[in-house]
Design a protein around this ligand. Structure first.
Ligand code: SF4
Length: 138
């Protein structure tokens, strides 16, 4: 079982293999590929730093405990109708995204994120709405 924070549910949709560092990207790729291959994997939604934050590089500013990141988590979880502490499979999370999210949510909730301008996270939500699932990372 993975533990994930709210906004990372969207980040996983946009993941194309890039990341803050090689180690961060490799860890995220591992989680991403596992969820793509095993959509029934249980995920516990937690508050604050999670399984992906563990590999955030320690050579820069650690933003994982910033108030605005917690706010982004809360807003996205509220949007998806998912509560902190709940355990859902990745498949169920995709169903919540399909039911409640729209691609423009990335502009609403992720305004300050440096990855937003790539457009991949919006594309990731579109894929879920079209039942295409997570992008295949080679
Ligand atoms: S824009 Fe940033 S915070 Fe939002 S889903 Fe994409 S990578 Fe995550």
């Amino acid at each position: 079982m993975y533990q994930l924070r709210g906004h990372h549910l969207f980040c996983l949709l946009g993941f194309r293999g890039m990341g803050y560092s090689k180690e961060f990207a490799e860890n995220m790729k591992k989680v991403h590929q596992h969820l793509r291959a095993n959509p029934k994997t249980p995920i516990q939604i937690i508050e604050g730093p999670d399984h992906l934050c563990e590999k955030y590089p320690n050579d820069g500013t650690y933003h994982c405990k910033d108030r605005n990141i917690y706010e982004r988590d809360t807003q996205i979880l509220n949007r998806l109708g998912i509560e902190i502490g709940s355990v859902l499979t990745w498949e169920e999370i995709e169903m919540h995204i399909k039911k409640h999210a729209i691609p423009e949510d990335i502009h609403t909730y992720c305004e300050n994120c440096s990855w937003r301008s790539y457009g991949v996270c919006e594309e990731g939500i579109k894929r879920i709405l079209n039942d295409e699932g997570l992008w295949e990372i080679k």
